[in-house]
Write a protein that binds this ligand. Structure first.
Ligand code: SF4
Ligand code: SF4
Length: 317
């Protein structure tokens, strides 16, 4: 009985992804590059020198204006962002981590996204578990910050304003998911003086403050997906707007609610009452053997996994 349920589920997952269940809404927030700043196809009317009214591509400067401090505080109106991570597809390629680090000017050990090796018991199959900030709807980190440097926006994103942060680390203690890092040192970049700081980009990085995954709100403003989503070669990470009931991994756009319902989606340690904005699809019917995720890893990364049951079993033969 149980195995039949499993095989039905397998079929359901594949069919679901292949058909890319349509989401109803016509103009999805991330559905098209037509409104993105990389390829601005939005049209505006303009008057030529000889007095003719013509349509031209919307200028990039207008399309991609950086957020004002007020916008960075309040969030993008009428949006509620959500992420879904399909554990059955992850093979620990670590491309999400690398792209995120590059975009946020982080040093090699500074990871906003971490990939853990998970195993329920020493007899069960191990699997890879990417973990960003969960952008909780009841964020304990924000409630303990004494200076309002970390805050929850109307679009669901939890941000850190590093210009306000005093580095007390209360939020690191408050976060039950260990999502935050302390910036003891930073990458030195020649272009740093030219970069205007915004909590939406987290750059330039500020030493002595706390940082974390920000859901890449600067990209979202440009109607582009977070870096980890587009960098993942396996399509593991879906991102979207819960108000539109739609998520995409850049290739497939699917109904968020059906994706979760059809595949037993869950949130990590929901019991804590934090109401996270990141969901997981279980690592059933994996697309890749777990061991592939160990290929080519740096010794420093392998070392992190050494105390897991998988490695202990290996050591004990
Ligand atoms: S480390 Fe910064 S963001 Fe965290 S609680 Fe202290 S002041 Fe707030
Ligand atoms: S959403 Fe952005 S900040 Fe968060 S892990 Fe992905 S790339 Fe990094």
């Amino acid at each position: 009985m149980a195995s039949r349920k499993k095989s039905n589920k397998k079929k359901s997952r594949r069919n679901f992804i292949q058909s890319g269940l349509k989401c109803g809404a016509g103009a999805l927030f991330f559905s098209t590059a037509a409104t993105s700043c990389k390829n601005p196809k939005e049209k505006v009317k303009a008057l030529t020198q000889d007095g003719q009214l013509v349509e031209i591509d919307k200028p990039e400067a207008e399309c991609c204006k950086p957020a004002t401090p007020e916008e960075a505080r309040n969030g993008i109106p009428n949006r509620k962002f959500v992420m879904v991570i399909d554990l059955s597809r992850c093979r620990n390629a670590r491309k999400c981590i690398e792209k995120c680090q590059e975009a946020h000017h982080l040093l090699p050990g500074q990871e906003f996204m971490r990939v853990y090796l998970m195993q329920r018991t020493d007899k069960s199959a191990p699997y890879w578990f990417p973990k960003p900030c969960y952008h909780c709807n009841n964020p304990l980190c924000a409630s303990v910050c004494p200076v309002g440097a970390t805050y929850k926006r109307s679009d669901g994103i939890v941000l850190v304003d590093n210009e306000r942060c005093i580095g007390c680390k209360f939020c690191m203690t408050g976060c039950p998911y260990n999502a935050r890092i302390f910036i003891w040192e930073k990458l030195e970049r020649e272009d740093e003086e030219d970069i205007e700081y915004s909590p939406e980009t987290s750059i330039p990085v500020k030493e002595g403050t706390v940082a974390k995954c920000d859901f890449c709100p600067d990209m979202i403003r440009k109607k582009e997906l977070p870096h980890c989503v587009t960098a993942c070669p396996m399509g593991v990470i879906y991102f979207g707007d819960i108000n539109e009931d739609s998520v995409t991994n850049g290739t497939e756009t699917v109904s968020f609610s059906e994706l979760i319902k059809e595949n037993d989606g869950y949130r990590y340690l929901e019991v804590l009452g934090t109401d996270p904005s990141v969901y997981y699809l279980p690592a059933n019917d994996r697309l890749f053997p777990f061991e592939r995720g160990l290929d080519g890893l740096d010794d420093e990364v392998i070392e992190r996994y050494k105390d897991t049951p998988y490695f202990k079993n290996k050591r004990n033969g």
